[in-house]
Ligand binder design. Structure first.
Ligand code: HEM
Ligand SMILES: *[C@@H]1O[C@H](CO)[C@@H](O)[C@H](O)[C@H]1NC(C)=O
Ligand SMILES: *[C@@H]1O[C@H](CO)[C@@H](O)[C@H](O)[C@H]1NC(C)=O
Length: 349
């Protein structure tokens, strides 16, 4: 891929400059180890799992201790944090652009169609970042905090773990327009879902596996109302909705009003990361159109994968881990690009 070529040449340059660069670039053995400085390790787009091994060895422990408290207080927080990483990575890459508030130079992504009244968890990210700044000032990026929080949230909800490449840096920009254009809407067709994932270098397998995130968390009425009352412009419900399930949904989501009423994405086990999401899709109980069309959209590959993951949680967990690494590697800022923000909500002065 073109960008990994660019990244490796940047890292070569960085290695030559390393004596002066070392302080500003607190990776493991900056510039001296093979693929050092958080360099080209593992073909991970310039990221490597050991990135903070020397500069902030306790980084993951700090993240996990804050997550344990936050998710203990409110189990849904795991889902909200997992989703934040997704909405970050699909916009300018995994660069913490989603965390920036409005300012003189920034138009925040927080008010985009997919994000407005929907994304949450910013206070938890702030708490993690504040603790990291105390322990290892200006070392761990907000983009890595999001990636670590997504993994930790998955694990604490009963899902798989994975070796997580690190060393992302934080953007100095956000993109409201890309947030509106790149993040799929819940009423997307299967073709649109595939196209928007392909645009990020993700394939149909990644689409199905990562949609499995909807094994935890909730959605607002406004995101699935179309299916209940007017799926195809003919004032009829989506015929793929199982009948009893459909009747229950109408209680939460009337034809008019109640936009912000919430319903679990996985009705059977809403705070447990497992493969029930896929079993429910087989029963016509996927909540969003984007969930159900993985099975009913007439794309053989996604249909087969829904069935496979419904029948085998181990296969789902393994692919989920692989696809999370892949998503986490979307266009990271590395080397001297971007910065390590002190406060995740604003760029450094
Ligand atoms: C395939 C395309 C996807 C679509 C169309 C989609 C859409 C949505 C929508 C509409 C919601 C409910 C938001 C609300 O009502 O406020 C939601 C929730 C959620 N999404 Fe997705 N999503 C997709 C993929 C993903 C991916 C790839 C991930 C993570 C890797 C993810 C993780 C989540 C989680 C965990 C929640 C629950 C959040 C909470 O309870 O706070 N989604 N998604
Ligand atoms: C975001 O949601 C608020 C509250 O519902 C609404 O008033 C506002 O118009 C929305 N903003 C955008 C940009 O859609
Ligand atoms: C999805 O919803 C939006 C906004 O409600 C609407 O404009 C669009 O036509 C819908 N798309 C599909 C495929 O139904």
């Amino acid at each position: 891929m073109a960008f990994s070529k660019v990244v490796s040449s940047v890292i070569l340059v960085v290695s030559f400059l390393s004596p002066t660069f070392t302080l500003a670039f607190p990776g493991p053995n900056p510039g001296f180890s093979p693929g050092g400085g958080g360099g080209s390790g593992g073909g991970y787009a310039g990221l490597c799992p050991e990135f903070y091994e020397f500069s902030c060895p306790q980084a993951n422990d700090i993240v996990m201790s804050v997550l344990e408290k936050a998710i203990g207080r409110e189990p849904r927080m795991a889902a909200s944090l997992l989703r934040l990483h997704f909405h970050d990575c699909f916009v300018q890459g995994c660069d913490a652009s989603i965390l920036l508030d409005d300012s003189a130079t920034i138009v925040s992504e927080k008010k985009s169609g997919p994000n407005n009244n929907s994304v949450r968890g910013f206070d938890v990210i702030d708490e993690i970042k504040a603790k990291l700044e105390q322990a290892c000032p200006q070392t761990v990026s907000c983009a890595d905090v999001l990636a670590l929080s997504a993994r930790g949230s998955t694990v604490l909800s009963g899902g798989p773990s994975w070796e997580l490449p690190l060393g992302r840096r934080d953007s100095k920009t956000a993109s409201l327009s890309a947030s509106n254009a790149n993040i799929p809407a819940p009423n997307s067709t299967i073709q649109t879902l595939i196209a928007l994932f392909n645009r990020q270098g993700l394939d149909e397998t990644d689409l199905v596996a990562l949609s499995g995130s909807h094994t935890i968390g909730v959605a607002r009425c406004v995101t699935f109302r179309q299916r209940l009352y007017n799926q195809n412009g003919n004032n009829q419900p989506d015929a793929t909705l199982e009948r009893t399930y459909y009747n229950g949904l109408k209680n939460t989501c009337p034809r008019l009003g109640g936009d912000n009423n919430i319903f679990p994405l996985d009705l059977a086990s809403p705070i447990r990361f497992d493969n029930t999401y896929f079993k429910l899709i087989l029963q016509g109980q996927g909540l969003l159109n984007s969930d159900e069309v993985l099975l009913t959209g007439n794309v053989g590959k996604t249909m087969e994968l829904v069935k496979e993951y419904a029948g085998n949680e181990g296969v789902f967990f393994e692919q989920f881990a692989n696809s999370m690494v892949k998503m986490g590697n979307i266009s990271p800022l590395t080397g001297s690009n971007g910065e390590i923000r002190k406060n995740c909500r604003q760029i450094n002065n």
